[in-house]
Design a protein around this ligand. Structure first.
Ligand code: PLP
Length: 471
């Protein structure tokens, strides 16, 4: 027996859900539900109510119950009944009284952003390939088999896993069979899944500079992080303690910017292999390398000891929430169990769109175009600093969407403060430092050069140079 119904558009012009609950039988409950629908504005004045017979069938009540309820509400003045035009909500009935007699509340003032946004983290949002993505989206929608709209595979759509396996092998040197790929909604989601799955048993070694958000997320999931020192060759993996799992950004250390030296790549694999552990490889901006060919992923050296993680957050947009893990075969089942059967999926249409976007070559074209674009931005940043602040060192500029400006000792806090005053949003290097890092802190600024609109970039650079210490 149905206790509620969702009305179809042609019957009353709007969906309506009625709950027949409360004391006094079905008739009283229906009267109460209709009164509330009128009072709350879900049934506006003039709305035609469904005929007795169909409402009775929808609700699983007798036809007379509906007829009596309508009659009562007509008598009370809520409804009108006229030959030929059915039963309608009476005109002149006051709808919801939320704003009656009051001026509507003003929209809250929009927070004014900084004048120049040089925070790392986001790609150029104005360069999202709307037309090409739209084409892929339409094609994906048209070609999706019916089963795409039913309960799906927690590992993600096979079409996307196959397309990624091909792309990651070709572009990043990842050894990825589709069955070892699990689609997720980005790096942060991957970390959550790994923490929940038990893959990260015990403490996790992380680089001493990294995203605090990721450290907090791990701490919240019960994973303790241990700081691994860095030098110009990347993480000093020979100083790993007893941790079995290590999280690194080998292609472009985040945020300091260097690649992990080849000898250290081999060494970290040796360590995790010896301990039966695993390396989490965060390949967050691996496609954007400017002066040489992109460095291949460490995963290609030892697929059974590395969990390779990527997402479209830097290459397309962080708003899509689409990412992937390439897992050692033995860990696939564990991670899928943590993911569960029903929740935590990326939208199937986005997955199919990305599969199409990869297969038709649009992803490669977009990345190539953005690489040119960001390289141009990087060159302008380096040139502006060489001219206006020649004593400030710039590092980490061979790749990615941000640079690190090395400042004289003791000047970072005042430079960050000066930036705030000048409307320049950026972060000091210390904002990324692990609280338990042991090496002496370095003063610096992390400058993202992807975010400002093209026409505003010159002014942003000018403002940046204006807040730097004299050197
Ligand atoms: C170090 C690092 N890893 C990973 C990511 C990607 O995170 P997500 O895929 O959750 O957007 C980012 C930000 O884009 C990042 O800065």
């Amino acid at each position: 027996m149905a206790d509620s119904w969702v009305n179809s558009a042609e019957r009353i012009g709007a969906d309506l859900h009625l709950e027949l609950t409360g004391p006094g039988g079905r008739r009283a409950a229906l009267i109460q539900a209709l009164r509330e629908a009128v009072r709350g504005g879900r049934l506006p004045p003039g709305t035609r109510l469904p005929p007795y017979r169909s409402l009775a069938a929808d609700l699983g009540v007798a036809r007379n119950t509906v007829a009596d309820a309508y009659a009562e509400l007509v008598a009370e003045g809520w409804l009108t009944a006229r030959q030929g035009s059915g039963t309608r909500v009476a005109l002149g009935i006051a709808g919801p009284t939320r704003h009656a007699g009051r001026t509507p509340p003003k929209a809250p003032p929009r927070a004014r952003g900084p004048r120049h946004d040089l925070r790392q983290g986001t790609p150029d949002a104005s360069a999202f390939p709307r037309a090409a993505w739209g084409t892929s989206y339409r094609r994906a929608l048209q070609q999706a088999p019916h089963d795409a709209f039913g309960p799906g595979d927690p590992a993600g759509r096979r079409e996307l896993r196959e397309a990624l396996a091909e792309y990651l092998a070709r572009a990043r040197g990842v050894r990825a069979e589709p069955d070892r790929i699990v689609i997720c909604s980005g790096f942060a989601h991957a970390l959550r899944l790994l923490a929940a799955s038990g893959v990260l048993r015990g403490p996790l070694a992380v680089e001493e500079y990294g995203l605090g958000f990721h450290r907090d997320l791990l701490a919240g999931a019960g994973v303790r992080t241990v700081a691994l020192p860095l030098d110009e060759d990347g993480a000093r993996v020979e100083e790993l303690g007893r941790e079995r799992a290590v999280l690194l950004t080998p292609a472009h250390q985040f945020p300091t910017g260097g690649p992990l030296h080849a000898s250290r790549r081999a060494a970290v694999i040796e360590r995790v292999r010896a301990r039966g552990g695993v390396l989490l490889e965060d390949d967050y901006d691996g496609e954007f390398r400017y002066d040489r060919k992109p460095l291949g992923a460490v995963q290609g050296l030892a697929p059974e000891h590395v969990i390779y993680i990527g997402s479209v957050s830097k290459s397309l947009s962080p708003a899509l929430r689409l990412g992937w893990m390439v897992l050692p075969e033995r860990q696939v089942a564990e991670v899928l169990a943590a993911k569960g059967e029903r929740e935590g999926w990326a939208s199937v249409l986005d997955q199919l769109s990305l599969a199409d976007f990869l297969l038709c070559g649009a992803y490669d074209r977009h990345v190539r175009r953005m690489r040119q674009h960001y390289r141009g931005r990087r060159d302008r940043l380096v040139a502006a600093l060489a001219e206006r602040a020649p004593r400030i060192g710039v590092t980490g500029v061979a790749a990615g969407l941000h640079a690190v400006l090395r400042l004289p000792p003791g000047t970072e806090a005042s430079a960050v403060k000066a930036a705030v005053w000048q409307g320049v949003a950026l972060d000091g290097l210390s904002a990324f430092r692990h609280p338990a890092a042991l090496t002496p802190p370095v003063d610096g600024l992390v400058v993202g050069y992807a975010t400002p609109a093209e026409h505003a970039y010159g002014a942003a650079l000018e403002a940046l140079c204006g807040v730097l210490p004299p050197g």
